[in-house]
Design a protein around this ligand. Structure first.
Ligand code: ATP
Length: 501
């Protein structure tokens, strides 16, 4: 029983509040079983000083203080109640869990709030948000550090926040979204899976939803790059969108450096959020096709250099890109492009089957500069050139599994003249297992440059009338002298020899 006019003599009139103002080592986390009964002055008129009497019925087991002390050189959790001191050894003394701050992207103070309550609420502790590896994926995970002390929580919060602010992470993002990618889901993928993570990490975003093909290129050609200082460009879309943005970044770097001949490194890093049908570039860089993994890589500031090729013809730059196919790959894409009204998977299947039915070698002269060994000369081929492994859900090990992302070379895969059935066997091995290069008609080389000169300037002329009902005014090859190339999934028609570096 105590009597007071000074609330602080009771430590506080609200027993549960005093828990939140105590420093860590003197704070109890036990529920406080204290009941308070108030009496009016009239009840005890004999008291000269007090206005109110308060009777405190105190649980003798109530923990008054709690802290970590060493007893006989071992750490103990020590509790103080009104009647006794107890201590429990803290075992093991080595940490049982660890979290690297390089994986943490946000910290928040947790509060108890009623439904609909926006502000305030009792402090419950800290939540640390991090990206955890699960195989090739990065997943968002939260570490809860529960502690009801306001002072303690804010000290930890401020320190962690300062540490995060000092790390090399993007503070702002210029986001380009292709709303037409694949099933037109890019905007939804961004809003549902990516934007909440950027918000959580306090990253400012400036979003452009592209209106047509070439829009991203014109944005990046004309923008002032110093406005993007310290920021990262993000592309949400499929391989066509990524290729357009990458081409724009490298082209811009070359234009700014005034060196059309020498390759220049792009000044802005690019984040790729996969929203296409195959997402070869995203799969190759992240090892998995997953928007959350991609977003967490961006937030955590992970950087990966990636090789690109330049494609030029007769001394003029055609474009920059990661992969190109000539022959079978170019022909089937050209055919698929004619069937735009079909769904993307159907027209791809249709074009594949049709092109296989008319399979024949390209008459061409192919020379290359090997990355390590002696140079070579090949003819009558179907050809692929890839600066990255080109992984996709359909080809889990990649079209060019021996190519690294940034080794300064590309894989040249040349498939010589063979029967249709052997060619199909070769193709099938990409999706099933290894061994796709162990055919006598397949050659694979690591190269730093390739020159391809088509010999027959009219390509496959018999194809142009290949189907009943098909208009003769829409030939597969727009110009009689042009050859279809598949560069990063985009149809590029080039009439003359092509130099890839
Ligand atoms: N608003 C738009 N309307 C039409 N095309 C666009 C628009 N914005 C961008 N594009 C172009 O769409 C082309 C294809 O986009 P993207 O590669 O993202 O989709 P996709 O072809 O469905 O995916 P994938 O290449 O993985 O199959 C790109 O060349 C891009 O330049």
């Amino acid at each position: 029983c105590t009597c007071s006019t000074e609330p602080q003599n009771h430590r506080d009139t609200e027993p549960q509040n005093h828990r939140t103002t105590e420093p860590q080592s003197h704070r109890t986390t036990e529920p406080q079983r204290v009941e308070k009964i108030r009496f009016s002055l009239d009840t005890f008129p004999c008291s000269p000083a007090a206005h109110v009497w308060e009777l405190w019925i105190v649980d003798p087991d109530l923990v008054l203080l709690r802290g970590i002390f060493k007893l006989k050189k071992k750490s103990h959790d020590v509790l103080l109640t009104r009647t006794r001191l107890t201590w429990t050894p803290i075992v093991p003394e080595t940490p049982t869990g660890a979290l690297l701050l390089k994986d943490v992207f946000a910290v928040r103070v947790k509060r108890r709030r009623a439904a609909g309550q926006q502000t305030g609420g009792a402090v419950l502790g800290l939540a640390l948000f991090c990206g955890r590896r699960r195989g090739r994926r990065l997943e968002e995970e939260t570490l809860h550090l529960n502690n009801a002390s306001v002072e303690h929580t804010h000290t930890w919060f401020n320190t962690v926040k300062e540490l995060l602010a000092a790390s090399k992470r993007p503070r702002s993002l210029k986001v380009l979204i292709n709303p037409c990618s694949h099933k037109k889901e890019a905007v939804h993928i961004y809003r549902a899976h990516v934007a909440p993570l950027f918000k959580m990490a306090d990253i400012h975003t400036d979003i452009t939803i592209t209106e047509k093909k070439g829009h991203a290129l014109s944005v990046l050609k004309e923008c002032k790059l110093d406005e993007f200082d310290g920021s990262v460009l993000v592309c949400v879309g499929g391989d066509g969108s990524v290729a357009e943005v990458c081409h724009a970044l490298v082209l811009r770097a070359q234009l700014d450096a005034g060196s059309p001949e020498t390759p220049e490194r792009a000044t802005l890093p690019l984040g790729i959020i996969p929203a296409g049908s195959t997402d070869v570039v995203s799969c190759s860089v992240h090892g998995v096709r997953d928007p959350v993994t991609a977003a967490l890589h961006i937030i955590l500031g992970h950087l990966q250099q990636v090789d690109m090729c330049s494609f030029s013809s007769l001394g003029r730059l055609v474009r920059f890109g990661f992969s190109a196919m000539f022959g079978f790959g170019g022909r089937s894409l050209a055919l698929a492009e004619k069937k735009r009204w079909m769904s993307s998977s159907r027209r791809r299947e249709y074009a594949l089957v049709k092109t296989l039915a008319k399979l024949r070698p390209e008459e061409c002269e192919l020379s290359f500069l090997p990355a390590k060994k002696t140079d070579g000369n090949l003819s009558e081929q179907r050809i692929s050139i890839m600066s990255i492994p080109c992984l996709s859900p359909h080809v889990p090990r990649g079209l060019a599994p021996n190519t690294r992302l940034a080794n300064g070379s590309a894989a040249l895969i040349a498939v010589g003249n063979t029967s249709r059935s052997e060619f199909i066997r070769h193709l099938k091995r990409f999706s099933s297992s290894s061994g796709q290069f162990s055919f006598s008609f397949v050659e694979a080389h690591a190269v730093s440059a390739v020159r391809l000169r088509p010999r027959a300037l009219t390509g496959w002329p018999e194809e142009e009338n290949e189907e009943e009902g098909e208009s003769k005014s829409t030939p597969i090859i727009q110009s009689e002298r042009a050859f279809p190339w598949n560069i990063d999934g985009e149809l590029v028609e080039i009439a003359n020899e092509v130099l890839v570096r």
